[in-house]
Design a protein around this ligand. Sequence first.
Ligand SMILES: [Zn+2]
Length: 118
Amino acid sequence: MHEMGIVQSMMEIIEQQARLYRAKRVVKVSLEFGALTAVMPSAVEFAFTILSQGGIADGAELDIKIIPIKVHCIECGRETVLEEYQPYCPVCSAAAPMIVQGRDEMRIASLEIEDSDE
Ligand SMILES: [Zn+2]
């Protein structure tokens, strides 16, 4: 399960950011993953629950968004969002359209924190 390692590195960033803004705790975390990363939201949730335990993001609400695959075709110039990856353009059937979105995104889209009392 590669989600554990991914969430581990994200958790380090979340904790860094939380410290930077002197947060008392992290209330909500929104994550985004490209569809082709094959990241499973349920596995991310599981890893997040385990890895946040006892930390600043313990109990935070988790929002996971999968970014759809979008291809740009050099032949017809169209951009199309695909439900599932296919190695040809759905408009003109030209081979190997460029993947412009949904391939390797793995990011923390936003963090909601609760300020410390001081
Ligand atoms: Zn095309």
